[in-house]
Design a protein around this ligand. Structure first.
Ligand code: NAD
Length: 282
């Protein structure tokens, strides 16, 4: 086992009531986080997920709790971060996973010439502004805390004050025809990641994005059941011919939080089985 993939700090996962955020929180607990705070707009699912995380936690002193918030409300975002720092003294790992393509995009399919500006504002408000509010509050808290070090066979190195992982998308790299607003919002989220990584590297804060394509969340499972054509499309487009399991994304998030990734900053990691590097000619 590579011990540098172990975690031991305080984690906050925004959007952890369901889907990738929920699995990310479980992976962090499994990797050794001492605390995982489940933040979500849905109190019921956040509580259920927080309770379930106790089954997977490997830290003997593991603690978990929930916080109800909405990324569209700056005050609730700030209150969430203040709560974590007040209750647990620091914030080591923050994951921003609120909202999903299926939830945020309302099915509008239009070329740029026909962009519905109200719809654009709504999507940007969650994916760009909402996530910026989260990153801003998290960075501001992390920069005040003492940095940590990691000791390995080659000595001791500085691993900084905190780590932030943003759930961007393969759409942060490439466009989805007719989905301009969503694509623009995910490009913005990648830009937020890069800028926070650049501006706060000297504070010892690493900020990275995970960029998946199709991930087998409960919402995708419902869609696959209702419409077999979605599986056919995934088989045609994804070289591995299946959607990613949630864990294939969430374990990567835990890795990026760990000392093993202490030199990875400002990066946007594609977890897409080469979808975006493939040009399909037939
Ligand atoms: N699932 C995929 O195939 C996929 C692919 C690429 C990128 N992503 C990205 O991963 C992230 C998570 O997606 P998912 O599929 O797990 O979503 P999901 O819909 O399954 O879960 C999203 C969670 O966020 C919460 N949430 C939604 N809006 C919120 C708000 N305004 N404030 C606070 N909480 C809110 C929901 O209550 C829910 O618990 C999203 O940013 C999504 O764009 C997902």
């Amino acid at each position: 086992m590579i011990t540098s993939t172990q975690l031991d700090g305080v984690a906050l996962v925004v959007g952890s009531g369901r889907g990738i955020g929920r699995e990310a929180a479980f992976s962090l607990a499994e990797a050794g986080a001492a605390v995982v705070v489940f933040a979500d707009m849905n109190e019921t699912t956040a509580k259920e997920s927080s309770e379930e995380s106790k089954k997977y936690a490997s830290n003997k002193d593991y603690k978990t709790t929930t916080f109800v918030m909405n990324v569209q409300d700056g005050e609730s975002v700030q209150a969430m971060v203040d709560f974590v720092v007040k209750e647990f003294s620091r914030l080591d790992y923050a994951v921003n996973a609120a909202g999903s393509y299926r939830q945020v995009d309302n099915g509008v399919h239009a070329p740029i010439a026909e962009t519905d500006i109200d719809n654009f504002d709504r999507i940007m408000n969650i994916n760009a502004r909402g996530n910026l509010l989260c990153v801003r509050a998290q960075v501001a808290a992390m920069r005040k805390q003492t940095p940590k070090t990691w000791s390995s066979r080659n000595g001791t190195r500085d691993i900084g004050r905190g780590v932030i992982i943003n759930l961007a998308s393969a759409n942060s790299f490439v466009g989805l025809p007719g989905k301009g607003s969503y694509t623009i919002s995910k490009h913005a989220f990648m830009a937020i990641t890069k800028m926070a990584g650049i501006d706060h590297a000297a504070d010892g804060i690493r900020v990275n994005a995970i960029c998946p394509t199709w991930v087998r969340t409960p919402l995708l499972d419902v869609e696959l059941e209702k419409n077999p054509e979605v599986q056919e499309m995934i088989s045609a487009i994804v070289p591995i011919k299946r959607a990613a399991e949630c864990e294939e994304v969430s374990d990567t998030i835990a890795f990026l939080c760990s000392p093993a990734a202490s030199y990875i900053n400002g990066a946007s990691l594609l977890v897409d089985a080469a979808v975006t590097t493939t040009v399909r000619l037939f």
